[in-house]
Design a protein. Sequence first.
Lengths: 145, 126
Amino acid sequence: MYRSLFPRDVFAELDRLQHELQQAFEVSPSIRGIGRGGFPALKVGGTPQAVEIYAFAPGLDPATLDVKLERDVLSIAGERKGALPVPEEKAAVHINERFAGRFRRVVSLPDDIDPDSVSADYRDGVLHVSIKRRESAQPRRISIE
Amino acid sequence: MSDNTAATRATQAARPEALLLPPVDVIENGTGIILYADLPGVSKDTLNVHVEADTLTIEGRLSLAVPEGLEVSHAEVSLPGYRRTFTLSRELDTTKVSAEFKQGLLTLRIPKAESAQPRKIAVSVA
């Protein structure tokens, strides 16, 4: 199911509508759905020295996060428990928009990264993975003799 | 407790700044309301939760420490923060709201006033 990360936003709703229409008309929609808009939301960027990936995954225990680098593909996987009460409990769920369940997101990285110098930290619900670029790929100034 | 998205939009229209609407779960049981809100990237100092009359506002600024010269190639989160407002109903006791904020997850507990708590009425047999 397609679930907007930031609900009740006009653009997200339009996006969902477009996505649903696309699915209805496409002859063979991909078995893996669409690549964009899963949980956690990603922000990917780079500096000349490193590639930085931020995953917005709040409320997780960092020990349960599975971050893997295989060749030049980075995968982030884990599970988030739902906050909803067990059905026997006397409680009413008024709004249920937060993601719950298993997740996995994959980012393919440029080929100049150094797989041996990766660091990851989890702060304020954001997982930050930093992968250094290889020394040999660094921009160098060539002196003219 | 109702989600007044229209009001949120109205305030957003009045202010030029566009903000994200954080996803929430709202659960009500006999003793009160529990609200969970996802605010990843917000630190404790930049989070602002306040109740004014019967309006609950949750605001937070994204405070990501990005390295200098970062060139973003793909961003699914590009706005500077979050804001969402809710209208509280009268039986909720806003003086006893408790909030917990851990790893970008805000948990608010809003108890119901004593008079609104469910009571069991004993039936005496005459």
